[in-house]
Design a binder for this molecule. Structure first.
Ligand code: SF4
Length: 482
Protein backbone atom coordinates (compact mmCIF):
# COMPACT_ATOMS: atom_id res chain seq x y z
CA UNK A 1 0.00 0.00 0.00
CA UNK A 2 1.04 3.60 -0.69
CA UNK A 3 1.30 4.30 3.05
CA UNK A 4 3.95 1.59 3.44
CA UNK A 5 6.29 2.71 0.70
CA UNK A 6 8.84 5.45 0.26
CA UNK A 7 6.30 8.15 -0.63
CA UNK A 8 6.57 10.96 1.93
CA UNK A 9 2.96 12.05 1.28
CA UNK A 10 3.77 15.69 0.53
CA UNK A 11 1.25 15.81 -2.32
CA UNK A 12 3.53 17.65 -4.75
CA UNK A 13 2.88 14.95 -7.39
CA UNK A 14 -0.76 16.07 -7.50
CA UNK A 15 0.32 19.58 -8.42
CA UNK A 16 2.69 18.58 -11.19
CA UNK A 17 0.86 15.60 -12.74
CA UNK A 18 0.48 16.79 -16.36
CA UNK A 19 -2.73 14.86 -17.00
CA UNK A 20 -4.53 15.45 -13.70
CA UNK A 21 -4.54 11.73 -12.91
CA UNK A 22 -3.69 12.24 -9.24
CA UNK A 23 -5.89 13.87 -6.66
CA UNK A 24 -6.03 14.39 -2.91
CA UNK A 25 -7.86 11.67 -1.01
CA UNK A 26 -10.56 13.91 0.42
CA UNK A 27 -11.89 13.93 4.00
CA UNK A 28 -14.65 16.44 3.39
CA UNK A 29 -17.51 14.00 4.09
CA UNK A 30 -16.02 13.09 7.46
CA UNK A 31 -15.95 16.77 8.43
CA UNK A 32 -19.61 17.32 7.45
CA UNK A 33 -20.62 14.13 9.31
CA UNK A 34 -18.90 15.39 12.47
CA UNK A 35 -20.44 18.87 12.20
CA UNK A 36 -23.94 17.42 11.77
CA UNK A 37 -23.52 14.90 14.61
CA UNK A 38 -25.27 16.53 17.62
CA UNK A 39 -23.16 14.51 20.05
CA UNK A 40 -19.92 16.06 18.78
CA UNK A 41 -18.21 19.34 19.52
CA UNK A 42 -16.13 20.15 16.46
CA UNK A 43 -13.16 22.51 16.68
CA UNK A 44 -10.81 23.50 13.89
CA UNK A 45 -7.23 24.76 13.67
CA UNK A 46 -5.96 26.67 10.63
CA UNK A 47 -2.28 26.44 9.60
CA UNK A 48 -0.29 29.64 8.91
CA UNK A 49 0.20 29.02 5.15
CA UNK A 50 -3.53 28.57 4.48
CA UNK A 51 -4.35 32.24 5.19
CA UNK A 52 -2.22 33.58 2.34
CA UNK A 53 -3.41 31.11 -0.32
CA UNK A 54 -7.07 30.16 0.16
CA UNK A 55 -8.29 33.55 -1.09
CA UNK A 56 -6.90 32.66 -4.55
CA UNK A 57 -9.95 30.39 -5.07
CA UNK A 58 -12.16 33.46 -4.62
CA UNK A 59 -10.31 35.97 -6.78
CA UNK A 60 -7.94 37.39 -4.14
CA UNK A 61 -4.36 38.11 -5.21
CA UNK A 62 -1.74 35.55 -4.03
CA UNK A 63 -0.39 36.60 -0.65
CA UNK A 64 -3.57 38.42 0.42
CA UNK A 65 -4.16 37.58 4.07
CA UNK A 66 -7.76 36.36 4.26
CA UNK A 67 -7.73 34.84 7.73
CA UNK A 68 -10.73 36.95 8.87
CA UNK A 69 -12.87 35.58 6.02
CA UNK A 70 -11.63 32.05 6.72
CA UNK A 71 -12.66 32.31 10.38
CA UNK A 72 -16.14 33.62 9.47
CA UNK A 73 -16.59 30.89 6.84
CA UNK A 74 -15.67 28.15 9.31
CA UNK A 75 -18.18 29.53 11.85
CA UNK A 76 -20.92 29.73 9.20
CA UNK A 77 -20.16 26.12 8.24
CA UNK A 78 -20.89 25.04 11.82
CA UNK A 79 -17.56 24.64 13.64
CA UNK A 80 -17.98 25.23 17.37
CA UNK A 81 -14.59 26.86 17.86
CA UNK A 82 -12.04 28.22 15.43
CA UNK A 83 -8.41 28.20 16.52
CA UNK A 84 -5.03 29.09 15.04
CA UNK A 85 -2.27 26.51 14.48
CA UNK A 86 0.13 29.44 14.90
CA UNK A 87 -0.55 29.12 18.64
CA UNK A 88 0.87 25.58 18.32
CA UNK A 89 3.76 27.03 16.30
CA UNK A 90 4.53 29.44 19.16
CA UNK A 91 4.65 26.46 21.51
CA UNK A 92 6.92 24.61 19.08
CA UNK A 93 9.29 27.59 19.00
CA UNK A 94 9.53 27.72 22.79
CA UNK A 95 10.14 23.97 23.12
CA UNK A 96 12.49 23.78 20.13
CA UNK A 97 14.31 26.95 21.24
CA UNK A 98 14.94 25.49 24.72
CA UNK A 99 16.09 22.23 23.19
CA UNK A 100 18.44 24.08 20.82
CA UNK A 101 19.99 26.25 23.55
CA UNK A 102 20.51 23.12 25.67
CA UNK A 103 22.27 21.29 22.82
CA UNK A 104 24.46 24.31 22.03
CA UNK A 105 25.48 24.62 25.69
CA UNK A 106 26.27 20.91 25.93
CA UNK A 107 27.75 20.76 22.43
CA UNK A 108 25.72 17.60 21.79
CA UNK A 109 23.58 16.29 18.92
CA UNK A 110 24.38 19.19 16.61
CA UNK A 111 23.23 20.11 14.09
CA UNK A 112 19.69 20.12 15.43
CA UNK A 113 17.28 19.41 12.58
CA UNK A 114 13.82 20.97 12.72
CA UNK A 115 10.93 18.52 12.97
CA UNK A 116 7.81 20.42 11.92
CA UNK A 117 7.51 19.04 8.36
CA UNK A 118 6.11 15.47 8.47
CA UNK A 119 7.26 14.70 4.93
CA UNK A 120 10.85 15.55 5.93
CA UNK A 121 10.45 13.41 9.08
CA UNK A 122 9.38 10.37 7.04
CA UNK A 123 12.24 11.03 4.62
CA UNK A 124 14.74 11.15 7.51
CA UNK A 125 13.29 7.98 9.04
CA UNK A 126 13.69 6.19 5.72
CA UNK A 127 17.03 7.44 4.49
CA UNK A 128 18.90 8.84 7.49
CA UNK A 129 17.94 6.65 10.46
CA UNK A 130 21.45 7.12 11.86
CA UNK A 131 20.69 10.84 12.22
CA UNK A 132 17.34 10.58 14.03
CA UNK A 133 19.07 11.66 17.26
CA UNK A 134 19.78 15.00 15.59
CA UNK A 135 16.10 15.70 14.92
CA UNK A 136 14.39 17.98 17.37
CA UNK A 137 12.07 15.80 19.44
CA UNK A 138 9.37 18.49 19.24
CA UNK A 139 6.04 17.54 17.69
CA UNK A 140 4.95 19.67 14.77
CA UNK A 141 2.67 22.66 15.46
CA UNK A 142 -0.36 20.65 14.23
CA UNK A 143 0.35 17.81 16.66
CA UNK A 144 1.35 20.02 19.61
CA UNK A 145 -1.88 21.90 19.11
CA UNK A 146 -4.01 18.74 18.86
CA UNK A 147 -2.38 17.15 21.88
CA UNK A 148 -2.81 20.25 24.06
CA UNK A 149 -6.39 21.02 23.02
CA UNK A 150 -7.54 17.40 23.37
CA UNK A 151 -5.93 17.36 26.82
CA UNK A 152 -7.43 20.63 28.09
CA UNK A 153 -10.65 21.43 26.25
CA UNK A 154 -12.83 18.41 27.22
CA UNK A 155 -12.57 19.34 30.91
CA UNK A 156 -13.19 23.05 30.17
CA UNK A 157 -16.28 22.23 28.07
CA UNK A 158 -17.51 19.36 30.26
CA UNK A 159 -17.41 16.80 27.42
CA UNK A 160 -15.54 13.53 26.84
CA UNK A 161 -12.38 13.42 24.75
CA UNK A 162 -14.19 11.09 22.31
CA UNK A 163 -16.88 13.70 21.68
CA UNK A 164 -14.38 16.43 20.87
CA UNK A 165 -13.46 16.34 17.18
CA UNK A 166 -10.30 18.21 16.16
CA UNK A 167 -10.17 19.15 12.49
CA UNK A 168 -7.06 20.69 10.89
CA UNK A 169 -6.84 22.78 7.75
CA UNK A 170 -3.34 22.22 6.39
CA UNK A 171 -1.32 23.04 3.26
CA UNK A 172 -0.45 19.43 2.42
CA UNK A 173 -1.38 15.77 2.52
CA UNK A 174 1.66 14.86 4.67
CA UNK A 175 -0.31 16.27 7.60
CA UNK A 176 -3.01 13.62 7.02
CA UNK A 177 -0.40 10.89 7.35
CA UNK A 178 1.11 12.58 10.40
CA UNK A 179 -2.22 12.82 12.25
CA UNK A 180 -2.68 9.10 11.72
CA UNK A 181 0.65 8.06 13.25
CA UNK A 182 0.03 5.77 16.25
CA UNK A 183 2.23 7.85 18.58
CA UNK A 184 -0.26 10.73 18.26
CA UNK A 185 -3.21 8.80 19.71
CA UNK A 186 -4.39 8.35 23.29
CA UNK A 187 -6.11 4.98 23.81
CA UNK A 188 -6.82 4.88 20.09
CA UNK A 189 -8.32 8.39 20.02
CA UNK A 190 -6.26 10.70 17.78
CA UNK A 191 -5.06 14.13 18.88
CA UNK A 192 -6.12 15.36 15.45
CA UNK A 193 -9.16 13.53 14.07
CA UNK A 194 -9.51 14.85 10.52
CA UNK A 195 -7.14 16.78 8.26
CA UNK A 196 -8.29 18.67 5.19
CA UNK A 197 -6.13 20.68 2.83
CA UNK A 198 -6.52 24.30 1.72
CA UNK A 199 -7.98 22.95 -1.53
CA UNK A 200 -10.59 20.88 0.34
CA UNK A 201 -11.59 23.85 2.50
CA UNK A 202 -11.98 25.95 -0.66
CA UNK A 203 -14.40 23.33 -2.01
CA UNK A 204 -16.34 23.18 1.26
CA UNK A 205 -16.75 26.96 1.34
CA UNK A 206 -17.98 26.89 -2.26
CA UNK A 207 -20.43 24.05 -1.63
CA UNK A 208 -21.77 25.94 1.42
CA UNK A 209 -22.67 28.87 -0.83
CA UNK A 210 -20.63 31.29 1.29
CA UNK A 211 -19.64 34.50 -0.52
CA UNK A 212 -16.08 34.54 0.70
CA UNK A 213 -15.25 37.92 -0.83
CA UNK A 214 -18.27 39.62 0.76
CA UNK A 215 -18.41 38.32 4.34
CA UNK A 216 -17.28 40.25 7.42
CA UNK A 217 -13.89 39.11 8.75
CA UNK A 218 -14.09 37.28 12.08
CA UNK A 219 -11.62 36.64 14.94
CA UNK A 220 -10.28 33.40 16.36
CA UNK A 221 -11.58 31.95 19.62
CA UNK A 222 -9.34 32.45 22.64
CA UNK A 223 -7.02 31.39 24.13
CA UNK A 224 -5.89 29.01 21.36
CA UNK A 225 -6.42 31.65 18.69
CA UNK A 226 -3.77 34.03 20.01
CA UNK A 227 -0.37 33.97 18.33
CA UNK A 228 2.74 36.04 17.81
CA UNK A 229 4.17 36.94 14.42
CA UNK A 230 6.83 34.26 14.95
CA UNK A 231 4.11 31.60 14.93
CA UNK A 232 2.82 32.87 11.58
CA UNK A 233 6.10 33.01 9.61
CA UNK A 234 6.44 29.24 10.13
CA UNK A 235 4.65 28.82 6.80
CA UNK A 236 7.63 30.07 4.80
CA UNK A 237 11.02 28.40 4.34
CA UNK A 238 13.34 30.02 6.90
CA UNK A 239 10.47 31.03 9.15
CA UNK A 240 11.03 28.28 11.72
CA UNK A 241 14.71 29.15 12.10
CA UNK A 242 13.95 32.86 12.37
CA UNK A 243 11.31 32.19 15.02
CA UNK A 244 13.65 29.93 17.03
CA UNK A 245 16.48 32.48 16.78
CA UNK A 246 14.20 35.29 17.95
CA UNK A 247 13.33 33.20 21.00
CA UNK A 248 16.95 32.17 21.67
CA UNK A 249 18.22 35.75 21.22
CA UNK A 250 15.63 37.07 23.67
CA UNK A 251 16.71 34.43 26.20
CA UNK A 252 20.38 35.35 25.82
CA UNK A 253 20.16 39.12 25.32
CA UNK A 254 17.15 39.49 27.66
CA UNK A 255 14.34 41.32 25.99
CA UNK A 256 16.05 42.39 22.76
CA UNK A 257 13.82 41.87 19.72
CA UNK A 258 15.74 40.83 16.65
CA UNK A 259 14.29 40.04 13.24
CA UNK A 260 17.06 38.07 11.47
CA UNK A 261 15.99 39.30 8.04
CA UNK A 262 19.18 37.87 6.57
CA UNK A 263 17.44 34.45 6.63
CA UNK A 264 14.86 35.58 4.09
CA UNK A 265 15.50 35.02 0.41
CA UNK A 266 14.31 32.79 -2.41
CA UNK A 267 17.19 30.32 -2.58
CA UNK A 268 16.38 26.67 -1.95
CA UNK A 269 19.53 26.26 0.17
CA UNK A 270 20.81 29.08 2.35
CA UNK A 271 23.74 29.13 4.73
CA UNK A 272 23.70 31.90 7.32
CA UNK A 273 25.95 32.75 10.24
CA UNK A 274 24.48 34.55 13.23
CA UNK A 275 26.12 35.91 16.38
CA UNK A 276 24.28 34.81 19.47
CA UNK A 277 25.84 35.74 22.80
CA UNK A 278 29.51 34.86 22.55
CA UNK A 279 28.90 32.23 19.88
CA UNK A 280 28.76 32.36 16.13
CA UNK A 281 26.05 29.95 14.99
CA UNK A 282 26.01 28.44 11.54
CA UNK A 283 22.61 27.61 10.09
CA UNK A 284 21.42 25.93 6.93
CA UNK A 285 17.90 26.38 5.59
CA UNK A 286 16.88 24.03 2.84
CA UNK A 287 13.63 23.37 1.02
CA UNK A 288 12.96 20.57 -1.47
CA UNK A 289 14.03 17.05 -0.50
CA UNK A 290 16.54 16.63 -3.34
CA UNK A 291 18.31 19.73 -2.01
CA UNK A 292 18.03 18.35 1.54
CA UNK A 293 19.69 15.11 0.46
CA UNK A 294 22.66 17.01 -1.00
CA UNK A 295 23.04 19.11 2.13
CA UNK A 296 22.81 16.15 4.52
CA UNK A 297 25.31 14.16 2.49
CA UNK A 298 27.75 17.07 2.83
CA UNK A 299 27.19 17.06 6.62
CA UNK A 300 27.68 13.31 6.82
CA UNK A 301 30.90 13.44 4.86
CA UNK A 302 32.28 16.08 7.26
CA UNK A 303 32.46 18.66 4.49
CA UNK A 304 29.95 20.95 6.25
CA UNK A 305 29.20 21.76 9.89
CA UNK A 306 26.07 23.45 11.15
CA UNK A 307 24.36 24.14 14.47
CA UNK A 308 20.80 24.24 13.16
CA UNK A 309 19.31 22.87 9.94
CA UNK A 310 15.77 23.64 8.86
CA UNK A 311 14.30 21.26 6.31
CA UNK A 312 11.02 21.79 4.47
CA UNK A 313 9.98 19.19 1.91
CA UNK A 314 8.28 21.71 -0.38
CA UNK A 315 10.37 24.31 -2.20
CA UNK A 316 9.71 27.63 -0.51
CA UNK A 317 8.07 25.92 2.49
CA UNK A 318 4.41 25.33 3.33
CA UNK A 319 3.25 28.31 1.26
CA UNK A 320 4.00 25.99 -1.69
CA UNK A 321 2.47 22.87 -0.10
CA UNK A 322 0.89 20.09 -2.17
CA UNK A 323 -2.59 20.95 -0.84
CA UNK A 324 -2.40 24.64 -1.71
CA UNK A 325 -4.08 26.19 -4.79
CA UNK A 326 -2.32 25.40 -8.05
CA UNK A 327 0.03 28.05 -9.33
CA UNK A 328 -0.47 29.34 -12.87
CA UNK A 329 2.61 30.69 -14.64
CA UNK A 330 0.67 33.82 -15.57
CA UNK A 331 0.33 34.71 -11.87
CA UNK A 332 4.04 35.60 -11.46
CA UNK A 333 5.98 34.67 -8.35
CA UNK A 334 3.11 33.35 -6.27
CA UNK A 335 5.26 31.63 -3.65
CA UNK A 336 7.16 34.84 -2.85
CA UNK A 337 3.86 36.72 -2.69
CA UNK A 338 2.40 34.19 -0.24
CA UNK A 339 5.54 34.32 1.93
CA UNK A 340 5.30 38.13 1.81
CA UNK A 341 1.76 37.88 3.18
CA UNK A 342 3.05 35.94 6.19
CA UNK A 343 5.80 38.48 6.90
CA UNK A 344 3.21 41.28 6.63
CA UNK A 345 1.09 39.43 9.22
CA UNK A 346 4.17 39.29 11.44
CA UNK A 347 4.66 43.05 11.14
CA UNK A 348 1.00 43.63 12.05
CA UNK A 349 1.20 41.36 15.11
CA UNK A 350 1.36 42.68 18.62
CA UNK A 351 4.24 40.34 19.57
CA UNK A 352 7.07 38.91 17.46
CA UNK A 353 8.69 36.47 19.82
CA UNK A 354 6.84 33.27 20.73
CA UNK A 355 8.09 33.53 24.30
CA UNK A 356 6.03 36.73 24.66
CA UNK A 357 2.68 35.03 23.85
CA UNK A 358 0.80 35.79 27.11
CA UNK A 359 -1.38 32.68 26.91
CA UNK A 360 1.67 30.48 26.43
CA UNK A 361 3.40 32.15 29.38
CA UNK A 362 0.26 31.45 31.39
CA UNK A 363 0.25 27.80 30.31
CA UNK A 364 3.83 27.29 31.45
CA UNK A 365 3.18 29.13 34.71
CA UNK A 366 0.07 27.13 35.65
CA UNK A 367 0.01 23.88 33.76
CA UNK A 368 3.01 22.86 31.72
CA UNK A 369 5.60 21.43 34.06
CA UNK A 370 8.69 20.12 32.31
CA UNK A 371 7.35 16.59 32.60
CA UNK A 372 3.91 17.45 31.21
CA UNK A 373 5.43 19.49 28.40
CA UNK A 374 7.61 16.55 27.49
CA UNK A 375 4.64 14.18 27.53
CA UNK A 376 2.31 16.41 25.50
CA UNK A 377 4.65 18.22 23.15
CA UNK A 378 7.47 15.84 22.25
CA UNK A 379 7.70 12.58 20.33
CA UNK A 380 10.04 9.82 19.18
CA UNK A 381 10.97 8.78 15.65
CA UNK A 382 11.40 5.33 14.21
CA UNK A 383 13.78 3.77 11.73
CA UNK A 384 11.83 3.08 8.53
CA UNK A 385 14.85 2.30 6.40
CA UNK A 386 13.51 -1.12 5.47
CA UNK A 387 10.05 -0.22 4.39
CA UNK A 388 8.57 -3.66 3.97
CA UNK A 389 10.31 -6.17 6.14
CA UNK A 390 8.31 -9.18 5.00
CA UNK A 391 9.19 -10.37 1.54
CA UNK A 392 6.39 -10.46 -1.02
CA UNK A 393 5.89 -13.71 -2.95
CA UNK A 394 6.20 -13.23 -6.72
CA UNK A 395 5.88 -16.94 -7.51
CA UNK A 396 5.83 -20.14 -5.49
CA UNK A 397 7.21 -23.54 -6.39
CA UNK A 398 4.43 -25.95 -7.38
CA UNK A 399 6.39 -29.15 -7.10
CA UNK A 400 9.85 -29.86 -5.73
CA UNK A 401 11.65 -26.54 -5.00
CA UNK A 402 14.99 -26.33 -6.79
CA UNK A 403 15.58 -22.60 -6.60
CA UNK A 404 14.93 -19.96 -3.99
CA UNK A 405 15.40 -16.45 -5.33
CA UNK A 406 14.82 -12.93 -4.09
CA UNK A 407 15.15 -9.57 -5.79
CA UNK A 408 15.12 -6.06 -4.34
CA UNK A 409 12.63 -3.59 -5.83
CA UNK A 410 13.54 -0.67 -3.55
CA UNK A 411 13.99 2.62 -5.41
CA UNK A 412 17.76 2.35 -5.60
CA UNK A 413 17.69 -1.16 -7.13
CA UNK A 414 14.69 -0.28 -9.27
CA UNK A 415 16.52 2.67 -10.81
CA UNK A 416 19.45 0.36 -11.53
CA UNK A 417 17.29 -2.05 -13.48
CA UNK A 418 15.95 -4.65 -11.04
CA UNK A 419 12.55 -4.75 -12.81
CA UNK A 420 14.16 -5.49 -16.17
CA UNK A 421 16.48 -8.09 -14.61
CA UNK A 422 13.50 -9.82 -12.98
CA UNK A 423 11.59 -9.96 -16.29
CA UNK A 424 14.57 -11.47 -18.11
CA UNK A 425 15.35 -13.98 -15.36
CA UNK A 426 11.70 -15.12 -15.23
CA UNK A 427 11.75 -15.52 -19.04
CA UNK A 428 14.88 -17.65 -18.74
CA UNK A 429 13.35 -19.81 -15.97
CA UNK A 430 10.23 -20.41 -18.11
CA UNK A 431 12.34 -21.29 -21.14
CA UNK A 432 14.30 -23.84 -19.09
CA UNK A 433 11.15 -25.25 -17.45
CA UNK A 434 12.37 -24.11 -14.03
CA UNK A 435 9.62 -21.61 -13.22
CA UNK A 436 7.39 -24.20 -11.47
CA UNK A 437 10.22 -25.28 -9.20
CA UNK A 438 11.33 -21.78 -8.25
CA UNK A 439 10.23 -19.71 -5.29
CA UNK A 440 10.73 -16.01 -6.12
CA UNK A 441 10.21 -13.21 -3.61
CA UNK A 442 10.63 -9.42 -3.71
CA UNK A 443 11.87 -7.13 -0.97
CA UNK A 444 11.65 -3.32 -0.77
CA UNK A 445 14.73 -1.91 0.87
CA UNK A 446 14.73 1.85 1.43
CA UNK A 447 18.50 2.22 1.55
CA UNK A 448 20.13 4.40 -1.04
CA UNK A 449 23.21 2.44 -2.09
CA UNK A 450 25.17 1.60 -5.20
CA UNK A 451 24.82 -2.17 -4.84
CA UNK A 452 21.79 -2.66 -7.04
CA UNK A 453 20.32 -4.52 -8.65
CA UNK A 454 20.62 -7.06 -5.86
CA UNK A 455 19.54 -10.65 -6.56
CA UNK A 456 19.77 -13.56 -4.18
CA UNK A 457 20.02 -17.12 -5.55
CA UNK A 458 19.80 -19.95 -3.03
CA UNK A 459 21.18 -17.68 -0.29
CA UNK A 460 24.02 -16.18 -2.36
CA UNK A 461 23.78 -12.42 -2.79
CA UNK A 462 24.74 -10.98 -6.19
CA UNK A 463 25.35 -7.23 -6.14
CA UNK A 464 25.23 -5.13 -9.33
CA UNK A 465 23.79 -8.28 -10.82
CA UNK A 466 23.57 -8.63 -14.59
CA UNK A 467 21.42 -11.15 -16.48
CA UNK A 468 24.55 -13.15 -17.32
CA UNK A 469 25.62 -13.29 -13.64
CA UNK A 470 22.15 -14.47 -12.68
CA UNK A 471 22.13 -17.24 -15.33
CA UNK A 472 25.55 -18.42 -14.26
CA UNK A 473 24.46 -18.66 -10.63
CA UNK A 474 21.15 -20.38 -11.54
CA UNK A 475 22.92 -22.97 -13.64
CA UNK A 476 25.40 -23.65 -10.85
CA UNK A 477 22.57 -23.91 -8.29
CA UNK A 478 20.49 -26.27 -10.45
CA UNK A 479 23.61 -28.31 -11.10
CA UNK A 480 24.31 -28.47 -7.34
CA UNK A 481 20.76 -29.73 -6.83
CA UNK A 482 21.55 -32.54 -9.18
FE1 SF4 B 1 3.63 19.90 4.23
FE2 SF4 B 1 4.93 22.19 4.69
FE3 SF4 B 1 6.27 19.88 4.72
FE4 SF4 B 1 5.35 20.83 2.40
S1 SF4 B 1 6.91 21.81 3.70
S2 SF4 B 1 5.18 18.70 3.12
S3 SF4 B 1 3.44 21.81 3.08
S4 SF4 B 1 4.63 20.49 6.15
Amino acid sequence: PLGSIECVNCGQCIKICPVGALSIKPNIEQVWDAIYDPAKTVVVQVAPAVRVALGEYFGFKPGTVSIGQIVTSLRLMGFNKVFDTSFGADLTVVEEGKEFLGRVQRGEDLPQFTSCCPAWIKFAEQYYPDMLGNLSSCRSPQQMFGSLVKDKLPADLGISRENLVMVSVMPCTAKKFEANRPEFKVDGNPDVDIVITTAELGLMIKESGIRFDQIEPGSFDMPFGFKTGAGVIFGSSGGVTEAVLRYAAAQIHKGVNTEFKQLRNNHDTRVVEVDLGDRKLRMALVSGLANARELIDSIRSGEEHFDLVEVMACRGGCVNGGGQPEVQHSQGDVITARAGGLYTSDVMSQFHNSGDNPYIRDLYAKDLTEERAHHLLHTVFSNRSRIITDAIALSTAKGERKLSMSICFGTSCFLRGSQDLYTRVMGYLREKGLDESTEFTASFCGNICKKGPVLEVNGQVLEQCTFEMAVEKIEAAVGDNG
